[in-house]
Design a protein around this ligand. Sequence first.
Ligand SMILES: Nc1ncnc2c1ncn2[C@@H]1O[C@H](COP(=O)(O)OP(=O)(O)OP(=O)(O)O)[C@@H](O)[C@H]1O
Length: 299
Amino acid sequence: MKPRAIDRDIEPFLRVRKLRATVAAPGHRPELGERELVRGIDLDVWPGERVALVGESGSGKSVTARGILQLDPSLRLTGSVEVARQQLIGAAPGTVRGIRGRVVSMVFQDPMTALNPVLTVGDQVAEPLRLAGTSRKEAMRQAADMLDRLGVPNARTRLGAYPQEFSGGMRQRVVLAAALIGQPSLLIADEPTTALDVLVQEQILDLIVRQSDELRLAVLLITHDLGLVAGATDRVYVMRSGEIVEEALVDDLFTHPGHSYTRALLGAVPTLDHDPEVPLAPVPAAGAEPEQCLPRSRR
Ligand SMILES: Nc1ncnc2c1ncn2[C@@H]1O[C@H](COP(=O)(O)OP(=O)(O)OP(=O)(O)O)[C@@H](O)[C@H]1O
């Protein structure tokens, strides 16, 4: 695929520097010290760019995402997170609330837990607009348009339905509609397709890509599945044990992976010609093999 033109000479929209996230030791035992979940990472997303943050389960991807938007009060955050040059670490809670859902939206893995079972789909999609002062009638009109745009059939008549009346894939469309209706500049999508079956996974990922192209929406796609990354994103960060071990344009990562961990992750991605009788290469545990990242010129 031809690389998309992303202007990286301008300021990134999201600029994360030395972000560190720690939690107190379990059981209120301060003598055990803190546990470091994210260890001083740097990460940029430019306007309109689609960036993947990949790594195996437990590597710290979701903590990073929740840290960027300060969604987990148990995390102690240090470092810098700038959104459109506005510093969020140490900012007043109102500043971060003003960014969430409006400037930066987030969708999560499980669409059911993201939706409130006692509120109608229409009310939930329209909520960001209602909070911003839009009349109910206008907010509902825009909610129907957004659901329609995201491929929910008979969107107008289904505004009064409840989430449990929708299939998993349709629920994730509803969650996306609620995330996009406030016209954010950045969508953080944390494993948005993991809970869905394979066909629906593709549809949801296609939708995210299409909305990103049409609305010039930047996307930070968080996934453990490198197989999702190739056609959908421009650049990739590889995360392991709370650290970024590699960053590359997507094509370079697949053709010349620099870090032994990235190569192991790539080895674990099934290909079309993969013989199902042959087991995929396991990803080694952290510390199990020498860490090495070859200089790009030597790959
Ligand atoms: N609030 C928290 N308190 C204590 N530990 C946490 C907290 N949130 C996450 N962790 C731990 O931090 C580590 C990283 O978790 P994280 O959810 O970021 O992983 P991940 O890379 O997103 O993997 P997955 O895809 O499985 O969610 C895990 O060991 C997790 O148990």
